[in-house]
Design a protein around this ligand. Structure first.
Ligand code: G3I
Length: 356
């Protein structure tokens, strides 16, 4: 089977017919039980500059997403200027190799350029959000089939009466900004899969329970208001030292799935700053956390795609926030710094290729 058929078939299984472009719907019949597509977040310059990185991506990935590139801070150096160089190059790479590219992300609290601090009124925020979506989603219409429309909308410690994370959008437009972003994206590209992406649902802690409750409430409100929303992106930045709350996570996924939503694993990695130093032990713990996470989801529904947030330990965001006190390099990803598969890759391959 050609790589494109494989990817598109996997992506279309379980999606509402309206959520994918016509191209993507065709092969569903023959590939309904195909493996779950696997992919990773990319730094596009490395695809050009690092042959080993490029080889690893070609060997393992069927879906790509820019680790940056489509964020406001990367796309919008000034209010009146869009720079599409990176996402254009990533999309060209994906197209050339029969892969799909996901869009990340349209409305997020972080990664905002300094000039957006001058947006201080409701009207200006609405204008800016709509202009951004019109321009960016419009440019890639029919070519990026799935967008993280809103990213990380719920607070890290959501209070019952104040669950939303402060952001330019939340502060000026309220929770309505989510409806606005989803509706506008759907209007610009009616066939695109609309995803609400977030993290921090998977541990047996009060914080994760509160986050699940707040997130479910938000999703129910969106559905009640008829907001177009097709899928939930579970990021999966797993804190390595914490157990996975398999029952709690499965229940959460079941509630989301019960509301007609598809599930995507969008940013899997295991944050290993508090794990033992021995690489072999560390790698096994990393793999077992991911396995428990994927299984808790898989017990309820086959996720449509599994993406890790990077492919090799050589290039990962983790040390920006979670470097190890002993000075050893982090090992959060499926390939080591020499591009050799680690136990995490074995777990992902077993999960994505399981037929049940
Ligand atoms: O490219 C510059 C480089 O030229 C410069 O020398 C260097 C010095 O600091 O910075 C480099 O840019 C950094 C970039 O990552 C490199 O990839 C930025 O400072 C840094 O802010 C940026 O961080 C990204 C972060 O989002 C903020 O946008 C991480 O790579 C990226 O992995 C992270 O991704 C987020 C998802 O979007 C949402 N979910 C959580 C996830 C992890 O934090």
């Amino acid at each position: 089977m050609r790589r494109r058929q494989f990817v598109l078939g996997g992506l279309s299984a379980g999606l509402g017919a309206g959520a994918l472009p016509a191209l993507a719907r065709a092969p569903a019949k023959t590939t309904a039980r195909a493996a779950i597509p696997f992919g990773a977040a990319m730094r596009v310059d490395l695809l050009r500059d690092d042959p080993d990185y490029r080889r690893a991506v070609l060997e393992h990935c069927q879906v790509l997403v820019g680790e940056g590139g489509l964020k406001w801070i990367d796309l919008r150096p000034a209010a009146d200027r869009f720079v599409f160089d990176h996402p254009d190059r990533l999309l060209a790479f994906a197209d050339a190799h029969g892969m799909q590219m996901r869009g990340h992300t349209l409305a997020w609290y972080a990664g905002m350029p300094k000039w957006t601090e001058a947006i201080t009124t409701k009207q200006a925020a609405e204008r800016a959000l709509y202009e951004h979506i019109d321009t960016v989603v419009g440019r890639y219409k029919g070519r990026i089939p799935s967008w993280d429309v809103v990213n990380e909308a719920i607070s890290d410690n959501p209070a019952i009466d104040k669950p939303m994370r402060p952001s330019l959008w939340q502060d000026l437009l309220g929770t309505q900004h989510i409806d606005m972003a989803f509706r506008r994206t759907a209007a610009v590209d009616p066939k695109v899969q609309l995803v609400l992406n977030d993290f921090g649902f998977e541990n047996p802690t009060g914080q994760c329970r509160a986050k699940r409750t707040a997130f479910l409430r938000l999703v129910k409100e969106l559905k009640d208001r008829g907001t177009p929303l097709h899928a939930i992106g579970l990021q999966g930045h797993l804190p390595g030292e914490k157990e996975i709350d398999r029952e709690g996570l499965s229940r959460f996924v079941s509630e989301l799935h019960g509301m007609g939503l598809a599930i995507l694993v969008t940013e899997l990695d295991v944050i290993d700053d508090k794990l033992p130093p021995d690489p072999a032990i560390r790698d096994e713990i990393v793999a077992s956390r991911a396995q428990a996470f994927l299984q808790a989801i898989g017990d309820v529904v086959r996720p449509e795609v599994v993406l890790t947030w990077g492919i090799s330990d050589k290039f990962t965001w983790v040390p920006i926030w979670f470097s190890r006190k002993d000075g050893l390099p982090n090992r959060p990803l499926p390939l080591d710094a020499n591009y050799q598969p680690k136990p995490l890759m074995r777990v992902i391959k077993a999960f994505t290729s399981a037929k049940a």
